[in-house]
Design a binder for this molecule. Structure first.
Ligand code: C2E
Ligand code: CA
Ligand code: CA
Length: 692
């Protein structure tokens, strides 16, 4: 080395510096830049004298491969610097990445005199490495976080939050009918759909939380510091609504839905395993509840899941054992109150449990595919029954989307009609929008075949669900059935339901379709729907669904008229509940029974001598403490108003928005030893109609 000509050395260094693939640098003993290759960036000279760690920066977004200690620390410790990836902090617009190395220099006496070092261009390698890192953290299809990353994130958040008592919510989403899109439109279409779903999720969630795809059509959202179930319910509804909008994929239309399960830490689980299990169970319950629903986790869900398993087994045997029966609800022409037809509605008489509602057992039958034989039975039975009726009395039969999708469906309809000998014109099949959640060609084909048979088609529950008007353009419906939910509120003041009913009737007439308005229960509702142009109605005001024998008696009498009979005014449904609750007043706890729960208040039975104006806390269990004020009091019955209204639990019930965390409850329970005498007398409430 000694005898190498210094001129040659300089020439080599010049060549290196001019090549642009790297640069040289040096600092003084204070760590200030004393030399930098001039050609490497504009105005390089102006950075001389600055602390070197302020001239370059490491990549904060990438942890992998980077030293755990900051560059500044390494400098101040006079450590050797080897292959630290940096860019110029002074020139953020410079896209190049450099691998920086440097050697500390000392005098023979051991005094630090500064660094000399070099940096080489690693822009391309580093871009690739970052891409790989992304692949490990991100789902390559959607760009969302992957399972691995979500797991780590949730672990980290829960661990950090535990000590400070902060909350974190977890949403699990599972797409409904995604598999169908994948099967019928192909995997590339399925991939495209998932990308669009991810986009919509991002839009709704924004920067409130982290979104991941766990695989397949499963998504997860982590929402730190949110435990308000009012907000969570709104967010879940928004997600469901957004994801249920139709998608344009490869020039075709696809419709899917989603179900959402929600669990909140620490209430529903303190660590990741427990929280995920709770959210999963909530998701399962949401899926079982029907299309497009959300559910909060609650302890009862565990029992519900077991219950369903048992009912599924029982339902398998039900048909063979003759436990199923069809009841018929009259369809009435408003003009003259004449019965023009009947809708067949299935009834299950369970040998031990008694009657089980279709809203309970039909979803179970759909999930287990039992709906196919059950639905076929209903078709045959109903046609056979109607064959005995006068020719001008129509028959409606409900058809599940699951049943509609099996290949033998059209044949089953044809066979039921042929065997019974009824005119196919008399049979009306009631379908819901969920039949469209398949590829449109297959659906179109079934529609065409059904029309070929000469049967009529009705779109049931119109106005709920996805309500895309394009269904009406493409499918040959003869009738729209306007959902009961519109009728329920149509007689109330300042309500849009009446206007919506008008609009649907107008729309149907323009398209040459009939309408039936469902769920008319009171005279004021009948008045409204009549004024709004309704011609056909069903509802308790005229008749409930009745056994075949009653239908026959009615028909034999020859009197097909029905007189409306019911309340003048519709009373909004009050939830009649019977629920044991604890009422807390001062430091005493009383056992009582809650009834007539609404969002804003409840009736509570079992406390004597509570004056109006008393402030109480009602404990609904599971940390749901409701601050309440007594507004009515009569003997052992009080009416309370809640300080903060309850929110929907996603399952038709109500819950508090906020909960007291389990640890606080435990602490309070341990501390509470009542001091004074109880102010009120607790009396027993008869436990009739008790539900668990
Ligand atoms: P849906 O097809 O919308 O049937 C109308 C439901 O509203 C029936 O409930 C009926 O009893 C009820 N209803 C009629 N008028 C009134 C009223 O004025 N007020 C109130 N509150 N309710 C009224 P149901 O019989 O419990 O059936 C529930 C659902 O179960 C049906 O809704 C239908 O989706 C399904 N379902 C029933 N039978 C069958 C069947 O044979 N096959 C299939 N696939 N589904 C069925
Ligand atoms: Ca129906
Ligand atoms: Ca309906």
């Amino acid at each position: 080395m000694d005898h190498v000509d210094s001129a040659v050395r300089l020439a080599v260094l010049d060549g290196f510096e001019e090549g642009g693939l790297g640069w040289l640098w040096a600092t003084d003993g204070e760590g200030r830049l004393s030399y930098i290759t001039q050609t490497i960036l504009d105005h390089a000279q102006s950075y001389i004298g600055r602390p070197f760690p302020s001239v370059v920066e490491t990549d904060n977004s990438a942890a992998a491969g980077q030293p755990s200690r900051s560059l500044a620390f390494q400098f101040s410790a006079h450590s050797r610097i080897s292959d630290v990836i940096v860019r110029f902090a002074v020139r953020r617009d410079d896209q190049r990445w450099w691998s920086l190395s440097g050697q500390p220099r000392y005098t023979p006496e051991g005094t630090f005199t500064g660094y000399v070092g070099f940096a080489r261009d690693v822009t391309q390698e580093y871009a690739r490495q970052r891409e790989d890192e992304r692949a490990a953290e991100f789902d390559s299809l959607t760009g969302l976080f992957n399972r691995h990353r979500m797991t780590r994130r949730l672990d980290a958040i829960l661990a950090a939050y535990r000590a400070s008592g902060r909350c974190c919510s977890l949403l699990m989403l599972d797409l409904d009918k995604f598999k169908h899109v994948n099967d019928t439109m192909g995997h590339p279409a399925g991939d495209e759909l998932l990308r669009q779903v991810a986009e919509r999720l991002r839009k709704v969630v924004g920067d409130r939380g982290d979104i991941g795809r766990l695989g397949g059509d499963e998504f997860q959202v982590i929402l730190p510091d949110i435990e308000d179930r009012g907000r969570l319910g709104e967010l879940a509804s928004k997600l469901i609504q957004m994801i249920s909008q139709p998608y344009a994929i490869e020039g075709k239309r696809a419709v899917i839905g989603t179900s959402v399960g929600v669990a909140v830490a620490p209430h529903d689980g303190e660590d990741r395993e427990a929280l995920v299990a709770s959210a999963d169970l909530a998701l399962y319950a949401a899926k079982n509840g029907g299309r497009g629903q959300f559910r909060f986790f609650s302890a009862e869900l565990k029992d519900e899941a077991q219950e369903r398993t048992i009912l599924t087994e029982d339902l398998r045997e039900a048909l063979g054992r003759g436990e199923l029966e069809l009841h018929y609800q009259p369809v009435v022409r408003i003009a003259d109150n004449y019965v023009v037809g009947f809708e067949a509605l299935m009834r299950w008489n369970h040998p031990e449990r008694g009657p089980i509602a279709p809203s309970v057992f039909i979803p179970i039958a759909e999930e287990s595919n039992l709906i196919v034989p059950l639905g076929e039975w209903a078709l045959r039975q109903a046609c056979a029954d109607a064959a005995q009726w006068p020719d001008n009395v129509r028959l409606s039969v409900n058809v599940s989307a699951v049943q509609f999708a099996v290949s033998g469906f059209v044949n089953a309809v044809a066979s039921a009609v042929a065997t019974s000998g009824i005119d196919p014109e008399r049979l009306e099949l009631e379908l819901t929008e969920t039949v469209f959640m398949r590829d449109s060609e297959a659906v179109d084909e079934v529609f065409a075949s059904l029309k070929g048979l000469g049967v009529r088609l009705a779109l049931d529950d119109f106005g709920t669900g996805y309500s895309s008007l394009s269904y009406l353009r493409s499918a040959p419906f003869d009738k729209l059935k306007i959902d009961r939910s519109f009728v329920e509120t149509c007689a109330a003041k300042d309500n849009n339901s009446a206007k919506i009913i008008s609009a649907i009737i107008g729309l149907a007439e323009a398209l040459g379709m009939e309408t039936t308005v469902e769920g008319v229960e009171a005279f004021d509702q009948l008045d409204v729907v009549k004024k709004r142009g309704a011609k056909l109605v069903q509802g308790h005001l005229f008749a409930r669904a009745m056994p075949l024998a009653e239908v026959e008696a009615k028909l034999e009498s020859g009197d097909l008229k029905l007189e409306p009979n019911g309340p003048k005014r519709h009373r909004p449904e009050r939830r009649s509940v019977f629920r044991r609750v604890t009422v807390i007043h001062e430091d005493h706890r009383y056992e009582a029974v809650m009834r007539d729960l609404s969002r804003t208040g409840a009736r509570i039975d079992g406390l004597l001598g509570v004056p109006v104006g008393t402030s109480l806390v009602v404990d609904l269990g599971g940390g749901q403490l409701v601050v309440s004020m007594v507004v009515r009091s009569e003997e052992a019955v009080i009416g309370v108003e809640f300080e903060q209204p309850l929110t929907s639990d996603g399952a038709g019930g109500l819950c508090t928005r906020h909960r007291v965390p389990p640890s606080t409850l435990q602490a309070a329970g341990a501390a509470a030893e009542p001091k004074g005498k109880p102010r009120f007398i607790q009396v027993a409430v008869p436990g009739s109609r008790e539900r668990t």
